[in-house]
Design a protein around this ligand. Structure first.
Ligand SMILES: NC(=O)c1ccc[n+]([C@@H]2O[C@H](COP(=O)([O-])OP(=O)(O)OC[C@H]3O[C@@H](n4cnc5c(N)ncnc54)[C@H](O)[C@@H]3O)[C@@H](O)[C@H]2O)c1
Length: 278
């Protein structure tokens, strides 16, 4: 038995990197995966995996998203993974760069959630997992101005959707990885004036001496898509940085439960003392 048996999962950016690893991990756990991307050739490589159905989709195009929504009857999990990394400070970021990054990294998630959420509400259950990054409101990272801005917005969007729809059976979480070894990261390194130095700089930021793998991040997606976290009906922001995975929200919830319990015990204690006095 798989951890995601029978779940219908739609995900973007499945042709390579984290999206691809996640699509494969979902299918291995028994999900029916609708893997989408703009790169048709690479996407088709996923067809060999049982449980994966591929579909070309540009997540910045409202009409394409709405067309796909008409074809999908049920959706249990929506994973918004597509994103682009612009390199540079605010001074290197032209308005065109800004618009491109915000459009792909944030507006696409707005479009996808807005289109598929009504189906989830109708089903009285649904699970949305967005891709953010440590480079966001979590941490200031050099040369990542518009990227970090967009990923901070993803955290805000995630928390907002979670707050608004928790009571209707919808969970909304996001994953915030550190540096992950993916094809686009390798391209970014090669594009630097001194690629060897750029690689060294990336590795120097990783205290475990290596980058995370796409498969490691895929594990987080499987966990969040599974029934193992259904009690966490709130915005959960996890991050995998330097290969270390911190599950923040469950710990915070545990702490809150402990505080609540302590408060109740205190009240009970005061009540007993008062009774004794009487
Ligand atoms: N690699 C990292 O170090 C890292 C770290 C933290 C967060 N992330 C985030 O994870 C996500 C995936 O990163 P990656 O490095 O695996 O990706 P990648 O750049 O290797 O792959 C991205 C995929 O998105 C697809 N894509 C691009 N534009 C699209 C569009 N308009 N519609 C649909 N698909 C489109 C591409 O064809 C490609 O297959 C991104 O949101 C990225 O910001 C990556």
């Amino acid at each position: 038995m798989g951890r995601l048996d029978g779940k219908v999962i739609l995900l973007s950016a499945a042709a390579q990197g984290i999206g691809r690893a996640t699509a494969i991990a979902f299918a291995k756990e028994g999900a029916k995966v609708i893997a989408t991307d703009i790169n048709k050739t690479k996407l088709q490589e996923l067809e060999i995996y049982p449980g994966i159905q591929v579909r070309v989709l540009d997540v910045t195009k409202r009409e394409q998203i709405e067309e796909l929504a008409k074809e999908i009857e049920r959706i249990d999990v929506l994973c918004n993974i597509a994103g682009f990394v612009h390199h540079g400070t605010i001074l290197d970021c032209e308005e065109e760069d800004w618009n491109f990054a915000m459009n792909l990294n944030v507006r696409s998630m707005y479009l996808m959630i807005k289109t598929f959420l009504p189906k989830m509400i109708k089903q009285k259950s649904g699970n949305i997992i967005n891709m953010s990054s440590v480079a966001s409101s979590i941490k200031g990272v050099v040369n990542r101005c518009v990227y970090s801005t967009s990923k901070a917005a993803v955290i805000g969007l995630t928390k907002s959707v979670a707050a608004d729809f928790i009571e209707q059976g919808i969970r909304c979480n996001c994953v915030c990885p550190g540096t992950v070894d993916t094809p686009s990261l390798q391209q970014r390194i090669k594009a630097q004036p001194n690629p060897d130095q750029a690689l060294k700089d990336f590795l120097a930021r990783q205290r475990i001496g290596r980058m995370a793998t796409a498969e490691e991040v895929a594990h987080l997606f499987v966990y969040l898509a599974s029934e193992e976290v259904t009690s966490v009906k709130t915005s959960l922001c996890e991050f995998a940085h330097s290969g270390c995975i911190l599950v923040l929200m469950p710990l915070i919830l545990l702490l809150l439960h402990a505080l609540e319990l302590a408060k109740k015990l205190l009240v009970l204690n005061l009540f007993i003392k008062k009774k004794k006095k009487v």
